[in-house]
Each structure stands twice: as structure tokens, then as C-alpha cells.
Design a protein around this ligand. Structure first.
Ligand code: AMP
Length: 463
């Protein structure tokens, strides 16, 4: 039984989806005004692995992610660069999607732009104004947090603490309560600012309302899981709950709330002025994506992750051990069914699923992989492994790879035709037909692979 740490309950809970095997998962997407960094990669690799794990466990997951393509940060960046806000938003959305593709983050069922949901956003604000959850102020429509008694329940803050935290950000506006947040911002008459028609005049949506409007369109008022980085718990997720539960009268909006810990670099928050800011793009210039997937999944998703100088070095070493093992087992001779040296994979499979079912404990799952390697290596060195076991081990690793995405190195993988030639060469060598063996070796090299004969069998590498 899967257990998940639910921020809303402040404890681990058994996972019971509301609609049998169908899961609605919403994860807050990026604000597209710059290149994404490795902190974004942390959050999105985690939810990619979680979605894939849930799918592999038999759930039918609909993974929805919004793209915040309207925001002050986008407008300001456009002013700085003297271009239209849309140029910034579309350009960095494209860069974000490219980075995700390069990282193998491909489990999202639907990316939904905020600006494509203005109608849904206006509808939600209308529903909030009617029963007086929302009101009109001088510069926009605001949500009245005093009307929602549970405000603060997710983050564990009282309304007063919540107000205090928000007031520093938003002091200028005339609001009923300091903590009230903006649903619709009136157009400032600055021509470079985007605007849409609404019953309250020209303007643009606030940040929190885009997520609830998008979620309602695809999931309705209630769904199973909502995720994002820890920084979003307050005020963003708190505000989402206040909006959706007020307008629907249904609770909880999302049954399970999952939050990722922050990634820091050299013990500090990433920042351009500190020189410790690493974009995904820069990282991938000198490292394969599987290294970043490994670094991310080597930590538990809720823990902070500190990226240090030797983080890449250690990850490379660990992945090299996995690669060597795969090469060895792929090339080793399998023994017949009657051979005594059988290997029991079931214990490792059981351990793997047990730790993954315990709040997606990926670091422990990685330890299980290395334990398995440690146990099998001596068997391989002694000359072989039972045929069925070899197949099962490779299949198990393939299943893990579908979720984690760092096990197999696509560049190192040996295609079937090469494998057949290696087998043929092996047969020739056993018959001491050195001329034929040599001819096949040359054929293999001409196809771009190199063979090295070792005690545990031939090793093949892409040239
Ligand atoms: P943003 O584009 O800043 O709205 O962030 C998009 C997502 O990435 C949010 O879920 C953030 O919590 C997450 N995120 C941003 N920075 C980091 C970081 N350093 N570590 C982990 N997650 C982050």
C-alpha cells in the first residue's frame, strides 16, 4: 500500500485515490521569463518520477501542469529587453519545454497556458464575487481572506501570521485585510501591459486564480494530488485552496499535497549575483541528463538538496558502476536452467517496491539497486548466471529505468545486430576459427563498436 506524506495532514497517509485507479495530478508549472535552472529541474524530475511510478503501479494518471505566461516578472523582463511580453513568454516557454524534453521529463499529459484560460478565470472570479468572497478595490478584485475560515490550514499559519507575511509583499493596495490577494488586476493604462476584457474592465488575472481555473476545467472542483516546491505552500497553495473551496463549497480541493525541498548550490540559494546560478542548459552542455536525474533522485524529494562541487563526480562514479554491471551482465554467458548458481531477484524487487511505496523513497530504492549489483557481481565473475535470472535482472532494471531514467545509457547501448555478431564471433573463437573471429571483429568495428575480450566475456563499447 502506497503511503504519501501529505502536507495538508502534516503526516504520512495511505494513498486512496477518489476515483478507483484514475488520478488527477496538478503540479505548478514555471513562470516563463528566463531559462530554467537546476532547482526547477529538481522539482520537475521528482514529479516526473512520481507520475511514472504511479503509472507503473497501475494507476491511470492525468498529469496537468500550468504555464504561467502572464506575470509581473514577464512584463518587467519585456520592458528591460524592450520587447513585447508575449515574445518573452513564448520564447521561454519553448526553452522550458526543450529542457524538459532533454531531461526526459515526458510524463506531463497536458501543459496549460494561463492566458488560454481567461474565460475560466473570469468565471471563477464571478462566482467568488457573488457570495462576497471577493470584492472590488481601487486597483483590482481581491479575495477577502477573513471570509475563508480555514485560511492558513495548509501552511500551519494563523490568519494573522498569514496577513503579516503577505503585507510586506503587497503593502500599496487598498484592501480590507492585509493578507487579501489579487484575483484580477486592473489595467494601469501602460500600453506595454497585456489586458483582457472582463465584467470589471480591462485587466489581467492574478497568479493564484490561474491554477484553480485550469484545474477546474480538467478535473472539476476536487482531485487527488497537487504538487510544487515548498516555497509555494504559502501563499500560493493556501490561496488556491481558499479560492476553490469557497466557490465550490467542497473540501478538500486536493486530497494529497506534495512539496519538494529546495535545491541550493554550495549551501546557498542560487543567485546570479553570487555566481552559483546553474541553468539546465549549462548543466547539459557538459553532462548527460541522466546525471542530473540521478543527483535529484539520490535525495528524498522532501529533503533539501545541496549541490556541491563533487556532486557530479560522485554521480558519475555511481552511474559508471551501474554501466559496468549492465555491460557485464549483457555480455556474460548464461548458464542452462540446470545450473545450481541461481539468483533470487524477488527479494530485491520486493525491497524496491516497499521503499518506493513509503513516500517515494528514491534514495533507498537506489541503495537496493546497488545491493543487488553487489550480490550478482561475484556470480558473474565466477563465470555466469542462470538464463532466466539474467533476463529477469535486465527486465527489472528496464522497469526501474522507465521511472528513474538514469539506468541505461542510450549512447552505450549495444544494438541487437551487434549483439548477434558478438555471439557469432564467440562461437568462432570457441571453435578456434581465429580467421573468422577476426573478420567478425572487423565487421563490428566497421559498424562503430569495439570489442575487448575479458575474463567474464567480451566487452563492447561504442567508438
Ligand atoms: P517558478 O518558475 O519560480 O514559479 O518555479 C517553478 C517551480 O519550480 C515551483 O514549483 C518552484 O517551487 C520550483 N523551484 C524553483 N526554484 C527551486 C529550487 N531552487 N529548488 C527546488 N524547486 C524549485
Amino acid at each position: 500500500m502506497l503511503k504519501i506524506y501529505n502536507t495538508l495532514a502534516n503526516k504520512k497517509e495511505s494513498f486512496k485515490p477518489s476515483r478507483d485507479k484514475r488520478i488527477g495530478l496538478f503540479v505548478c508549472g514555471p513562470t516563463v521569463y528566463d531559462f530554467p535552472h537546476i532547482g526547477h529541474a529538481r522539482t520537475y524530475i521528482v514529479f516526473d518520477a512520481i507520475a511514472k511510478y504511479l503509472k507503473d503501479s497501475g494507476f491511470n494518471v492525468f498529469y496537468l501542469q500550468n504555464i504561467t505566461d502572464i506575470d509581473d516578472k514577464i512584463i518587467n523582463r519585456a520592458k528591460e529587453k524592450n520587447v513585447l511580453w508575449k515574445t518573452i513568454a513564448r520564447n521561454f516557454e519553448k526553452e522550458y519545454l526543450k529542457d524538459m524534453k532533454d531531461l526526459g521529463v515526458n510524463s506531463v499529459s497536458k501543459y496549460a497556458r494561463a492566458t488560454k484560460h481567461i474565460k475560466e478565470i473570469i468565471d471563477q472570479i464571478r462566482w467568488l464575487i457573488k457570495p462576497k468572497y471577493a470584492y472590488k478595490s481601487s486597483d483590482g478584485i481581491y479575495f477577502d481572506i477573513s471570509k475563508f475560515k480555514k485560511y492558513g490550514a495548509l501552511s500551519g499559519r494563523t490568519v494573522l501570521q498569514a496577513e503579516d507575511a503577505v503585507s510586506r509583499i503587497d503593502e500599496a493596495t487598498k484592501k480590507r485585510n492585509k493578507g487579501d490577494f489579487c484575483l484580477w488586476k486592473f489595467w494601469s493604462k501602460d500600453k506595454s501591459e497585456p489586458k483582457w476584457k472582463s465584467p470589471w474592465g480591462l485587466g489581467r488575472p492574478g497568479w493564484h486564480i490561474e491554477d484553480t481555473a485550469i484545474a477546474q476545467k480538467y478535473f472539476g472542483f476536487q482531485y487527488d494530488m497537487h504538487g510544487g516546491g515548498m516555497d509555494l505552500i504559502f501563499p500560493h497553495h493556501e490561496a488556491e485552496i481558499a479560492q476553490m473551496e469557497s466557490l465550490s463549497g467542497k473540501s478538500p480541493m486536493a486530497k494529497y499535497w506534495l512539496h519538494t525541498g529546495f535545491l541550493s548550490v554550495g549551501g546557498q540559494k542560487m543567485s546570479k549575483s553570487l555566481g552559483n546560478f546553474i541553468t539546465i542548459r549549462d548543466f547539459l552542455k557538459s553532462n548527460p541528463a541522466r546525471i542530473l536525474r540521478y543527483i535529484v533522485l539520490k535525495s528524498h524529494y522532501r529533503s533539501p538538496l545541496n549541490y556541491e562541487k563533487d556532486t557530479i563526480f560522485n554521480a558519475r562514479n555511481d552511474l559508471e558502476r551501474i554501466a559496468e554491471f549492465i555491460e557485464k551482465i549483457q555480455n556474460v554467458k548464461s548458464r542452462s536452467q540446470n545450473d545450481k548458481e541461481k539468483f533470487k531477484i524477488d527479494k530485491f524487487k520486493k525491497d524496491f517496491w516497499t521503499v518506493m511505496n513509503d513516500d517515494f523513497n528514491t534514495p533507498k530504492a537506489i541503495s537496493v539497486i546497488f545491493e543487488m549489483i553487489r550480490e550478482i557481481n561475484p556470480l558473474l565473475d565466477r563465470g555466469g548466471i542462470e538464463k532466466e535470472a539474467k533476463k529477469e535482472i535486465l527486465n527489472f532494471l528496464k522497469t526501474i529505468d522507465k521511472i528513474f531514467g538514469f539506468i541505461f545509457d542510450a549512447k552505450k547501448e549495444v544494438p541487437e545486430n551487434i549483439r548477434k555478431l558478438v555471439k557469432k564471433r564467440d562461437g568462432a573463437r570457441q571453435k578456434k576459427d581465429w580467421a573468422l573471429a577476426d573478420k567478425i571483429r572487423k565487421e563490428i568495428e566497421a559498424l562503430g563498436f569495439k570489442i575487448k575480450d575479458t575474463q567474464s566475456g567480451p566487452k563492447i563499447r561504442k567508438i
